[in-house]
Every structure is written in C-alpha cells, then in structure tokens.
Design a protein around this ligand. Sequence first.
Ligand SMILES: Nc1ncnc2c1ncn2[C@@H]1O[C@H](COP(=O)(O)OP(=O)(O)OP(=O)(O)O)[C@@H](O)[C@H]1O
Length: 324
Amino acid sequence: MQGIAVRALRKEFPVRDKGIFGPRTTKTAVDGLDLDIPPGRITGLLGLNGAGKTTTIKTVATLLRPTSGSVTVDGLGTVTDARAVRRRINLIAGGERMVYTRMTGRENLWYFGQLYDVPKARLRARTDELLALVGLTDAADTMVERYSRGMAQRLAIARGLINEPAYLLLDEPTLGLDAPIARDLRRVVADLAAAGTGVLLTSHYLAEVEELCGHVYVISAGRHLAEGSPAQLKAATGSHRTVRITVTNPGEATDAAVAPFGATTRLLADGSQLVTLRHPDDIAGPLAAAIVGAGGSIGGLEIAEASLEDAILTLADTPQAAPA
Ligand SMILES: Nc1ncnc2c1ncn2[C@@H]1O[C@H](COP(=O)(O)OP(=O)(O)OP(=O)(O)O)[C@@H](O)[C@H]1O
C-alpha cells in the first residue's frame, strides 16, 4: 500500500501538574487521528498552537512512539520497521536547525548522507546538487558556526533532502526564512511533489498552505476537525470576500445607499470615506453602482478574495473546535 497512513493515532505524554512533586497525570496531545499522505500530493496539517501537529509529525518520523493506533509508510510500521521507514522519509523542522555547527556545510551533508546509507558514489554529486539548490555553494567549506541563521536553515533543508526521501515531513519549514528563500523552498517542494514525493506540511503561513496543498486536515486538541482542498474548506466555512470602496465625496446619501447591503462606512484622515463589505457573493458591482447612483465619486475599489486564513479562523471559532 503506497502512502503514509495514520490510523486512530493517539499520543499521551506523562506530565506533573504542579511542578516536579505534583501528581502525575497524562496530557493527550493526539487523540484518535486518521490521516492519509499519498505520494505526489502536498498534504497540509493545520491547527492552532498546541493542536498536536508537531507530535503527529514526530510520530510519523519515528521519533515518538504512538500510545495507541498506528502509522505506516508504504505499508511499513513506524515502530516495527523503523529503520526501513527512516530510509523513505525525512524531516525538516523550521525551528530546529538539525545540523552540526563544528562542521562545514559540505561535511554536514556528507555525514548525514552516510547516516542515510546514500551510496558514496552518489553522495558526492548529491551534496553538490543540494548545496547549489539552497544557494550555499560558495559557503560549502565554511564552518556552520559562521553561517547566518538563514544559511544554517538552508543547510537544514539540504540535509532533509539528502536521502531523496519518498516522503518529506515539513514542520514550519519557512519559519524565519527571508522571503526569496522561502519562495525558492516552496518551489522546490512543489517540484518534488510533482515528481511524486509525498509531502506533509505544517505552517502558520496559511497563504503558503493555500498555494501548495492539495488537501488539508484541520485539527484541534489532537482531533480531526475538518478536511478538504483549500477551496472546499473555504466553501464549507462560507468564507467571505471583502470589498473596499473609497468614496472621495462622503455624504449621508452614500451611507443610505450602502446600508441595505450591510456595508460599514468609516471616514478616513484624508476626508474620504471607506465603505467595507464582507460577502460570499461577487457584490462589488451592485455596491459601486448604488454609491454612484447616490452621487458618490469612487476613488478606489479593492476586492480581497476569501482566504484559507478566514476559513481556519471560522473553524477555530466554531464550538466543536474548543478543547473538550
Ligand atoms: N513532551 C511533551 N510532554 C508533555 N506535553 C507535551 C509534550 N509535547 C507536546 N506536549 C503537549 O501536547 C500538545 C500538542 O503539542 P504539539 O507541539 O504537538 O502542538 P502543535 O500543534 O505542534 O503546536 P504549535 O503550533 O504551538 O507548534 C500541547 O498541549 C503540548 O503542550
């Protein structure tokens, strides 16, 4: 069976409630999750802070053992066949650099390549390819302790690709990266997925998720909340477009004309008036016509499409999103 299959995954951590002498309890970080990460698709995993995303990714990466339930990668269990699973996957976590500072960039890739059993003949070429891919060719023989934060993070991305993983696990991969490098990384990830790599992505940058992901799971308190393509999630939550119209000659007639649409108006510092309307339909035309009909002069019109961010915020606000 191809793909990563997460089935009824549950992960509890032992915790002490009030300091180290407090009573022992357990914290349930993941509470019965089912996820499918097929080859060739970028699958998003979204949720607010503490929803259980990192715990899920670490469990898929064989770094944590499930309390119950299972994770399989191409049919191989992450507990029973951990070694074989590790050859098929790799993890890039934006917050952690996961590279050695007392080695050069090239030495790091060489070292990790050997850990992943990349054949030596292939490793030399692969190292050069990856250093070029992340823009570190010139810094290849510099100690990582002299790298900037962004350079170290780019090296961590190259490290994550060293074994040409069939599945790539990305936990906030663009966290703290400069915009052009983040954009390059997104392109690399999209190309890898187009070539057949299965990707699991968590990111707080919802525009990034919207751009890349074919399917998104939304979780809350370790449980499944919603899933679908970004377009389906937006439709399901009834996310609204926002229309903003600037009127250069404000007056009561404009207020009266836009009121039936449910629009709000606000006077701006330059004396113009901003009319704002959130609506599921394409209503900018009739709204603008009503303003002009009432004698208003339009100085600007802007339509912001509904975003995945709106959809996630709507989901987070729904009662079932609250932790039980
Ligand atoms: N080792 C641990 N011991 C105890 N509790 C933990 C441990 N790791 C995670 N947790 C708890 O499990 C829950 C889920 O954490 P997790 O890091 O998986 O969430 P997340 O969705 O990745 O959050 P964020 O967006 O903040 O990174 C949180 O309440 C967290 O405090």
